[in-house]
Design a protein around this ligand. Structure first.
Ligand code: SAM
Length: 232
């Protein structure tokens, strides 16, 4: 069970909050039961149900069961794509150990709004399933030119370029260190965007092979390839 809350001695979870409702009505916990707490940054803790008062449920953290996680310094920057598919990217990025998921609005994006709460819920669920004790940093969507203008010096920006990038594995091996992969939307990047990305210090155009992959395939394959070489 993952209850997102501040970890401390006695943690009062309001009864009408989701986690408490789940604990009380679904898990049917009783005083002295032990539950696992997870807040995405403090590791995982075993907590005892201290008492179930009328207005809230008090959990007492008794022991840290898993330390805060360390994941490789890798960001996945991807254009917003249709709902089910961006959810898939979020879920797989979390499982693969991505440190940051950065939605990037591009001109040919079919979708221009994202429900970050929904994506966050997918991240929590994926973390629970794969045993991560942390969550990828899910940032607000930014426009491509803003992302490029503020691109951090020293971080490789591998750019999934189906029109002609360098071969994947050799390129990743030749560029160790903090990195990000940038993947376009269903309609791809437009020529001016491609130009701007290539002109960004740290940008490295990379090919993911001779076929045109769906955006979610490209994002997951690129992340998996980087993690295979640099992952934990
Ligand atoms: N421009 C593509 C076309 O002509 O149909 C559509 C874009 S593709 C569906 C979505 C994104 O996946 C692209 O913007 C690119 O970032 C990435 N991608 C797909 N296939 C790729 C490949 N073979 N090599 C590198 N990137 C690829």
């Amino acid at each position: 069970l993952h209850v997102e809350t501040q970890l401390g001695e006695g943690v009062a979870v309001p009864v009408d909050g989701n986690p408490a409702h789940y604990l009380i009505s679904v898990m049917r916990v009783k005083p002295d039961d032990i539950v696992l707490l997870f807040d995405g940054r403090s590791g995982e803790w075993a907590a005892r149900v201290r008492d179930m008062r009328k207005r809230d449920l008090v959990l007492e953290c008794v022991q840290q069961t898993k330390p805060p996680e360390h994941v490789p310094d890798f960001w996945l920057c991807c254009a917003p794509i249709k709902k089910g598919r961006i959810d898939l990217i979020a879920e797989k990025a979390c499982e693969l150990g991505v440190a940051r998921l950065q939605p990037v609005l591009t001109r040919r994006a079919v979708v221009d709004k994202l429900n970050l709460d929904r994506l966050h819920a997918h991240l929590v669920e994926a973390a629970e399933q794969c045993g991560r004790t942390g969550l990828p940093d899910l940032t607000e969507m930014v426009k491509l030119d803003a992302l490029l203008k503020g691109w951090p010096i020293g971080r490789h920006l591998f750019f999934a370029d189906e029109t002609g990038g360098a071969p994947l594995e050799a390129t990743l091996r030749a560029h160790p260190g903090p990195a990000a992969f940038l993947v376009g939307p269903e309609g791809g990047f437009d020529p001016a965007e491609r130009e701007a990305i290539r002109a960004t210090p740290g940008a490295v155009p990379v090919s993911l092979g001779p076929r045109i992959l769906r955006a979610e395939t490209a994002a997951i394959a690129a992340t998996a390839a980087w993690m295979t070489i640099n992952g934990d």
